[in-house]
Structure formats: C-alpha cells, structure tokens
Design a binder for this molecule. Structure first.
Ligand SMILES: [Zn+2]
Length: 368
C-alpha cells in the first residue's frame, strides 16, 4: 500500500492511495455493498457513477454464502465481477448490533446466526482469516462496539478488550494484507487517546475512528472526529466509519479525514430522498407529479441525462424496482461528485467556501 499526500490545506489533505495497483483519490466515499452488491446496482452502474471503492462485510459473507464458496471463485472481486477496490468491515459492528444475546469473552464473540440459528464463533483470528480468503484490498481489525450511552467503566473495559483483539488481528495477518486499526473509547476523550496511542504503536497501515454514529448528539460526534483525526499518523490514511451526511463529511475532511462510508446515499435513495445541487428533494412530494425536468439539472448522472423526475415519481408510486435503481444511481453519483468537489477545494484552498455552500444546502438531512 502507498499513500501519497499531494496537497494539504490546514488539516485537510488531498492524496492518492494505491493498493494492489489500484488507485483511489482521497478524500473518498465508499459505497456500501454489504452482501457483495450495492442494492439495486450492478458493477456497470457503479462504474458509470465513478465509484472506485465499495465496502463489503466479512460477517455477512461468512454466514451467507460462506467463505469457501467465494474463495472457490478466487475471491470477492471475481465473485461479484468488480475490479475496483474493496474494503471489508470485520463484522465487529454487526455482531454487536444483532439485537440478541451475544456472549463476549476474551477469546471473541459467540452468537446465534440470524439466518439459521446455528451457533457461530467470531474471533479476531477468524475475522482476519475470512477477510483474507475474500481477498479484499483493505481489511479491518475485529473489535467490540458498545452501545450509546455507556458508562466510563464499561467503555474502558471494552476499549481495552478491543486493543488486545487489535494486536491479535495484526499478528494473524499472515498474508501481510493492508490492515487498518480502529480507535474506540466511546465518548470519553481520555479513553480515545489511550486507544489511539496503543494502536499507533502497533503500526497499522491506516487508522479508523469507530464507535460513532451510534445515537450520540451530532455536536459530540463532530468534536470527537475533530480531536482524534489530526492526531492520527500524518502519512497514513484516516477513516471515519459510518459517517455520511454531506456536511458531516465536509467537516471531517477539514479535520483531516480521508475515507468515509455510510448507507445514507443508497438507503435514502430507495426512500425517495435525493441529494441535489439545490439541496434535498423528496420524490414523494406532490409538486413533482408534472415536473418534466431531471432530478437535478446540474447533474450529469445516467438518471438525470435520461429521465424526468415526474417519470421516476410515477415508478416510485407504482413500486417499480426501476425507481430504486434510478434514484440510487443519482445519489451515488452525487456523493462521488461531492468528494471530487472536496478534493478540488483542498487543492484550490477553497474548502471553507464549499463548506459554506453545503451548510446552506444540507443543514437538515435526516436519516430516512
Ligand atoms: Zn443525477
């Protein structure tokens, strides 16, 4: 892995990440493809939306269809016909958000498969082995994610357990693949600092800030990012997990974050919430019934080049699956374009100006 910083503006950086001969310009947004598919899009659609990297999930793919089947295909890229980059999440977050009893001990987590009730064990070693067999480009360590709010004693215990799992993830990376550590510590600055320092001493290829977007106030989330991102190693990629409103991304970029992922562009598209150069548009609003213009007249995406908002609204009302695909194409393209604008603004030293415009357009984005 190579990470070449091209320009900096304050803490913000425009850089190029090169892994397995594939290039990624950062700051970058990773579109979610949990099951090896971005919902309603195929890989031709993704290319058309300028997507370079997707995020998939080791935990879900281990349970369905199973690691062996994907390995037989030569890995996840071949299985899903995708030659771009793939980052896989370790499954930590998913295991702990199952909403059922998960037994956690020093070894790992034991739980019942949500699909067939089988007893499943997940450990740092198993997670790294699964991600390695999927032949992903970037692996994440296996960590424990705790709920919000949590008191300082249980947050500390969890953070320390995650540190021992981080070290075990690192030493079980026999194929020497690109592996990122994940800073935990909940909403407590002193725990975040301890986690950060210990992980830095383990020398990971990149660093994520995890445990955010779990129900904490927006201001607190922004504070934690602003405090932690600039203190992570300058010469390595920094990734905030699960953050995805346009303004939150822009603020985090200003704090020095390079990578993002979130379900917002894809999930909100399926619910008819569209991101445009004029702010949010809701397809279910009656005023679009007779609107012959595209979703966004300033957008060059496949959807806006070929279809009117009236037609897409009609499809959505009739529950036609094409509505989901066309709206997802638009939102995914919008997010890639947003990242291009952020990278350009860093190079041109105009990040504050762009943020001012985004504050105007996207102050009130809700999770649909
Ligand atoms: Zn569009």
């Amino acid at each position: 892995m190579k990470f070449n910083i091209k320009t900096t503006d304050g803490n913000a950086r425009a850089a190029e990440l090169i892994i397995n001969k594939k290039h990624l310009n950062t700051p970058a947004f990773m579109t979610i493809g949990t099951y090896g598919s971005v919902k309603s899009l195929d890989t031709v659609d993704l290319k058309r939306c300028n997507v370079d990297i997707i995020l998939s999930n080791a935990f879900h793919l281990m349970l369905r269809p199973g690691t062996d089947i994907i390995q037989k295909h030569g890995g996840l890229h071949e299985y899903m016909n995708w030659d771009g980059l793939i980052l896989t999440d370790s499954g930590g977050y998913q295991v702990f958000s199952l909403g059922q009893d998960v037994m956690v001990n020093k070894e790992g987590a034991v739980f019942r498969s949500p699909f067939n009730g089988d007893k499943v064990t997940m450990t740092p070693e198993i997670s790294i082995d699964v991600q390695s067999k999927l032949n992903t480009d970037i692996m994440m360590i296996f960590d424990e994610c705790i709920k919000y709010p949590s008191d300082i004693t249980s947050t500390k215990r969890s953070m320390e357990l995650s540190l021992t799992w981080a070290e075990r993830s690192r030493t079980s990376n026999y194929d020497n693949k690109t592996l990122f550590g994940i800073v935990q510590g909940g909403m407590y600055p002193e725990l975040r600092e301890k986690s950060r320092q210990e992980l830095i001493s383990m020398n990971f290829d990149g660093y994520a800030i995890g445990g955010l977007s779990v129900g904490e106030p927006q201001e607190l989330m922004r504070e934690i990012i602003d405090e932690n991102a600039p203190r992570l190693p300058l010469n390595k990629p920094r990734y905030v997990m699960g953050i995805g409103k346009p303004l939150d991304i822009a603020y985090a970029v200003r704090s020095g974050v390079d990578m993002f992922d979130c379900v917002i562009p894809t999930r909100n598209a399926r619910n008819g919430q569209l991101f445009t150069s004029q702010g949010i548009k809701r397809i279910r609003n009656a005023k679009y019934q007779d609107d012959m213009s595209p979703i966004d007249k300033n957008c060059d995406c496949y959807t806006c080049q070929n279809y009117s908002i009236s037609y897409i609204k009609h499809l959505d009302r009739c529950n036609e699956i094409l509505a989901a695909r066309l709206m997802t194409i638009h939102n995914v393209y919008f997010y890639q374009n947003l990242m291009t604008q952020l990278r350009t603004a860093i190079v041109n030293s105009s990040l504050d100006e762009l943020i001012g415009q985004l504050e105007n357009d996207f102050k009130e984005v809700k999770n649909d």
